[in-house]
Design a protein around this ligand. Structure first.
Ligand code: SF4
Length: 260
């Protein structure tokens, strides 16, 4: 093997390693990496065990009866609260009881129906377009694979992961929403900021059997304790395992007195 060939091979190998989801810290020393990975994997297991005790029924807060209803509700939940979506969907699903009904919906009318969830023009456009696609290509059914779901208009990995996990009990990834993004950073599980990269980091360290629930566990904890503006580190069950506890707790505790 010539020098150039060896260099190219080495470069590819390094690139591969760099891209690997296990390269959370970007370290160059393999032994150091291994130790770091092991430490994070062990910590993640403990975090999951504790969160499962705190939140024994991890699931989406969105109300739905079918995979299609969950798909629509998840799209509506972008930049909106689940509570707000749950107020809108009962009337919406009564007015449009089938995929075909959504496929036939008039853009302006649907916009008005979902206006209170925000970004209603885009959401209405996507819901009508994906309903048409489901009718034309899937006989009105929601596909149960990541590959097919992300080809639907307005459906990215986060939405697909939620639908797969909740409606089909399938774990093909980990949904990264605003709570998961925030907590993954604070808990030192990922240094990335892009959802796809955070997901890759998490998939490397979260045991596969926990993928289904991991998003819901972090979302619950994010809503109740590790809130964006005022994390309640002083009463958090993860504080012993969280590298941000010491950085965030003292000033916040002073400000809030430990309560909201
Ligand atoms: S210790 Fe604080 S920053 Fe860490 S998870 Fe708990 S609330 Fe969030």
């Amino acid at each position: 093997m010539g020098e150039t060939e060896r260099s190219v091979k080495k470069m590819k190998k390094n690139n591969h390693l760099e891209k690997s989801a296990k390269m959370i810290r970007g370290q160059k020393q393999p032994e150091k990496e291994k130790g770091k990975e092991k430490e994070i994997e062990e910590r993640v297991k403990k975090i999951i065990r504790i969160l499962r005790q705190e939140y024994p029924s991890p699931q989406t807060a969105l109300h739905y009866r079918t995979p299609f209803e969950l798909l629509v509700a998840t799209i509506l939940a972008a930049q909106c609260t689940d509570e707000r979506v749950n107020k809108v969907t009962p009337g919406l699903f009564q007015k449009y009881p089938t995929v075909e009904a959504f496929a036939r919906a008039r853009q302006e009318e649907l916009e008005n129906d979902i206006r209170s969830t925000g970004f209603f023009r885009n959401k209405a456009r996507n819901i009508i377009a994906l309903s048409k696609k489901l009718v034309e290509e899937y006989g009105g059914r929601v596909p149960d694979s990541m590959e097919e779901l992300i080809k639907l208009p307005g459906v990215a990995r986060k939405t697909a992961n939620i639908v797969l996990a909740s409606a089909f009990k399938k774990a093909e990834g980990i949904a990264v929403d605003t709570h998961v993004r925030r907590l993954a950073g604070r808990l030192g599980l990922s240094r990335q900021t892009l959802p796809e990269k955070i997901e890759k980091d998490l998939m490397a360290i979260v045991p596969r059997e926990d993928w289904l629930d991991f998003n819901f566990l972090l979302v619950e904890h994010g809503r109740k304790i590790c809130q964006a503006r005022r994390p309640r580190c002083e009463e958090c069950v993860l504080r012993e395992l969280c590298p941000s506890a010491s950085k965030l707790a003292p000033p916040e505790a002073k400000k809030s007195g430990g309560k909201e």
